[in-house]
Design a protein around this ligand. Structure first.
Ligand SMILES: Cc1cc2nc3c(=O)[nH]c(=O)nc-3n(C[C@H](O)[C@H](O)[C@H](O)COP(=O)(O)O)c2cc1C
Length: 387
């Protein structure tokens, strides 16, 4: 006869134990469900690019418009709109009046810098695909659309990007805003050279008086802004509180774009409500994050320039050069968003010209990282200008 454990009799367990075990199982299941839910909330976001349009535009031009949209822009508001004129090979880039930041950027200076950065990526991408490109800027005076418009004309025969073109496109997909703490180590000579890729850049290394002024001024200006209800509300409108919301909107700042990843992302999404975003505790977290950021950097680079669109193109050229050299970058704009602090900056730092961007720069430990690619489908910002 086969030996072994005796068969368990059905219903052999005392009723009291059955209830306790049943309750435990329910608890484990609930905890498992909650853990699963939390894991899903904290899952890294994956964005698929969408270059479909309802009208004919050559594939390399659509690809180039996608790369253009990877440009840096305030609050990831993507305040550009493009009108395409396929028959004459023209793209007209203007500000989208519904995507501006009137509280922190009342003059639209940062919006135009963002349009400039978009233009630079567009030009470099079209050239990577073999087009010849010309750029002009005009002024439109129509009601509701008044302001500068950048016209990008492309001609010639496109083809597959060569090695240099591939490298340019790759740099655009790697470039991103680094919100984490950087190593407080000096940049190498080659990295410093990369920061001089455009004229108008002055570098203030950690330990210098200029660095201390920028670090202290950034925290003060950030604190003032974080205590301003209108600025809090404006920012809150662009913060995303789940992967689902970020993917539905395809713009704004999800956890990753605040430097919050992994388990902290899960906790942030689980514990933060829309109402919290304008509260004191959230503002204070932003202030302490900023204090840590200015403590962890190799230096600050300040870009001066008269015209914001040109400054935006310069910013992107500088940032792409930095990306290729392994230098991480985070714009820190709060000083420039405070009129009095911005006006005092040139004299304090010995700069000639109008400061347009303040960038925290340095190296990160480990992988350089890449762009999250949270950008709207082309069809949402490109329209056909021809009948
Ligand atoms: C004009 C301008 C100002 C910006 N100011 C800030 C800033 O003060 N702090 C910050 O962390 N990022 C700033 N950024 C970076 C944007 O938040 C970032 O480009 C946007 O969220 C898209 O993310 P990405 O750069 O990783 O593609 C700024 C970008 C631009 C173009």
């Amino acid at each position: 006869m086969a030996s072994g454990p005796p068969a368990r009799k059905a219903g052999g367990m005392p009723r009291k134990h059955r209830i306790v075990l049943g309750g435990l199982a329910a608890l484990i299941l609930a905890a498992g469900g909650a853990t699963l839910g939390a894991a899903i909330k904290g899952r890294p976001i994956t964005v698929t690019k969408d270059t479909d349009l309802a009208f004919d535009l050559p594939a390399p031009v659509r690809e180039s418009l996608y790369y253009a949209s990877l440009a840096p822009n305030s609050h990831n508001a993507q305040m550009w709109q493009v009108t395409a004129y396929p028959s004459r090979g023209e793209l007209a880039i203007a500000l989208d009046p519904d995507r501006l930041l009137p509280v922190t950027d009342p003059a639209g200076r940062e919006a135009l810098i963002s349009v400039g950065a978009f233009t630079e990526n567009l030009v470099q991408s079209l050239e990577a695909y073999g087009y010849e490109v010309e750029v002009t800027t005009t002024q439109v005076a129509e009601a509701g659309r008044d302001g500068p418009v950048v016209i990008v004309h492309y001609g010639g025969n496109p083809g597959e990007p060569d090695g240099i073109g591939q490298q340019a496109l790759e740099a655009m997909t790697l470039r991103h805003t680094e919100k984490g703490v950087m190593l407080a180590l000096p940049l190498t000579a080659a990295q410093l050279e990369a920061l001089a890729a455009v004229p108008g850049v002055t570098y203030f290394q950690d330990g210098s008086d200029g660095f201390a002024y920028l670090a202290g001024g950034t925290v003060t200006a950030y604190r003032d802004q974080a205590n301003d209800l209108a600025a809090r509300q404006e920012l809150a409108g662009w913060l995303r509180l789940s992967n689902g919301e970020a993917l539905a909107q395809r713009d704004g700042l999800p956890a990753e774009q605040l430097g919050i990843t992994g388990i902290t992302k899960t906790l942030y999404y689980l514990t933060t409500s829309q109402a919290d975003l304008t509260g004191d505790s959230f503002a204070n977290q932003g202030i302490s994050r900023t204090e840590k950021q200015v403590d962890g950097a190799a230096g600050f680079a300040v870009l001066v320039g008269d015209d914001p669109i040109t400054a935006g193109r310069d910013l992107e050229r500088l940032w792409l050069a930095a990306t290729r050299a392994g230098v991480s970058v985070q714009p820190m704009s709060q000083i420039l968003e405070d009129p009095a602090a911005a006006a005092a900056l040139p004299a304090a730092l010995g700069l000639t010209g109008t400061p347009q961007m303040i960038l925290r720069v340095g190296r990160v430990s480990g992988d350089y990282g890449q762009n999250l690619g949270l950008r709207r489908p082309l069809a949402e910002f490109v329209t056909n200008g021809e009948p």
